[in-house]
Write a protein that binds this ligand. Structure first.
Ligand code: SF4
Length: 398
């Protein structure tokens, strides 16, 4: 990881500086395969948002975005990213030596996850006078039907035609197939790694998984991501064979539903580990598993992969999904994170925790917080709530 991600950012910086390759900005669950197959160097602003959150300086940047009229109640990835930009700052400087975020030649969003990415990219499109393109996806689907796929597949084809003149090359369908196949292998290996969380003790925690998901977000479609997950799997298997868990003495297994609290990931992991509790699975990390890419048609494969993801689905699907995950990973309780600025990734608001408790008999807790804005999160309160949840689990045991 210490060479892979710096190399990726170095190449991105070089592309932006020298113009040797066109730069495309892409939403994290956007059509990266299409962009890569057209030769673009691809940058993911959401990853930058997460870096700002982890740096715990997001609040300063959010205030700067508020001065532009962006509400502090909208996506704090977006507001911290834009706030940092207007202050001339980026987390990429200290981490990877880039003076600024790479100037885009085109920005490509997908509304499958939320509308915020569209508004976020619109800001930069206006600023850089760069074209803004996107896929407008349906949301709240119980089932992804062939009608959805046909319509979306067509959008992907149209997008390809719009991107070709910007890329300065025509789409080579064989190259697209190759990139989609690489993306599928990456995502399958990532899924395998996450599945090791079902072992007892789990060799990886939520904290580990949020670090290791980096290549699945930023480098899927690039064979280097496949190599990374092959190595990770070997390491996880070695740990599992030695009976080595992610925490010292795993007695309680938890599921994390919702966004990470980026600035407090380590602290929350420690609070739990001190009580023998480990988060062994999460919706967030599993969201970068895209089985749909195995579709024989690469356009419909992208359409399927990027529309059947959890965040774009109806409550009935989410309920089924979480029930299966809780059972497969043998969890004792569920932690729901109600992230104030991301209602799209907060799934406690329509009675889902209560319905799952009734069906599975699992206790749960709802932590109020946010992905980036730590002013919306009380560590003390979260600690008390988590400790109470763990006591409840222990008390419920024979
Ligand atoms: S899904 Fe949530 S965190 Fe991600 S970009 Fe949209 S609003 Fe922001």
């Amino acid at each position: 990881m210490q060479s892979l991600i710096p190399d990726y950012y170095k190449e991105l910086g070089e592309a932006a500086r020298s113009g040797c390759r066109k730069v495309a900005w892409c939403s994290s669950v956007g059509p990266v395969e299409l962009l890569r197959s057209l030769g673009f160097a691809v940058y993911f602003p959401e990853n930058h948002g997460a870096m700002l959150g982890a740096s715990r300086r997001a609040a300063d940047f959010i205030s700067a975005a508020s001065a532009l009229g962006l509400s502090p109640d909208i996506c704090s990835y977006m507001t911290s990213d834009i706030g940092a930009f207007v202050q001339g700052k980026t987390a990429l400087t200290s981490a990877y030596g880039l003076a600024s975020v790479p100037r885009p030649d085109v920005l490509v969003y997908n509304t499958n996850q939320c509308r915020d990415v569209q508004d976020w990219f619109s800001f930069y499109s206006r600023h850089f006078e760069a074209p803004l393109l996107g896929i407008e996806s349906p949301r709240g689907m119980v089932d992804v039907t062939s009608a959805h796929l046909r319509a979306l597949g067509q959008q992907y084809q149209n997008l390809a035609s719009q991107l070709e003149p910007i890329a300065g090359q025509s789409l080579d369908i064989d190259r697209l197939r190759e990139v989609v196949a690489s993306s599928l292998r990456c995502t399958t290996l990532w899924q395998e790694a996450l599945r090791r969380g079902a072992l007892r003790p789990s060799p990886l925690s939520f904290l580990d998984a949020t670090v290791h998901m980096g290549p699945a977000v930023m480098l899927r479609g690039d064979p280097r991501a496949e190599r990374y997950y092959e190595q990770l799997l070997q390491e996880l298997d070695r740990r599992a064979q030695g009976g080595k868990g992610a925490i010292a003495d795993e007695r309680i297994r938890l599921y994390w539903e919702g966004m990470p609290v980026w600035g407090k990931q380590a602290e929350l992991t420690e609070v739990l580990a001190a009580q023998g509790a480990c988060v062994v699975a999460s919706t967030y990390c599993h969201s970068f598993v895209f089985e749909g890419l195995s579709h024989p048609d690469p356009f419909e494969g992208m359409a399927l992969a990027y529309s059947e993801l959890f965040i774009a689905r109806a409550e009935a699907y989410k309920e089924r999904y979480l029930r299966t995950m809780a059972q497969e990973y043998g969890v004792d309780a569920i932690v729901f994170h109600d992230a104030r600025t991301c209602p799209n990734n907060s799934n406690n608001r329509y009675g889902l925790p209560q319905r799952l408790r009734a069906q599975l008999g699992l206790p749960f807790v709802v932590i109020q917080g946010d992905l980036n804005d730590l002013r919306l999160f009380s560590e003390e309160q979260a600690r008390t709530q988590l400790e109470a949840l763990l006591e409840q689990v222990e008390a419920g045991r024979p």
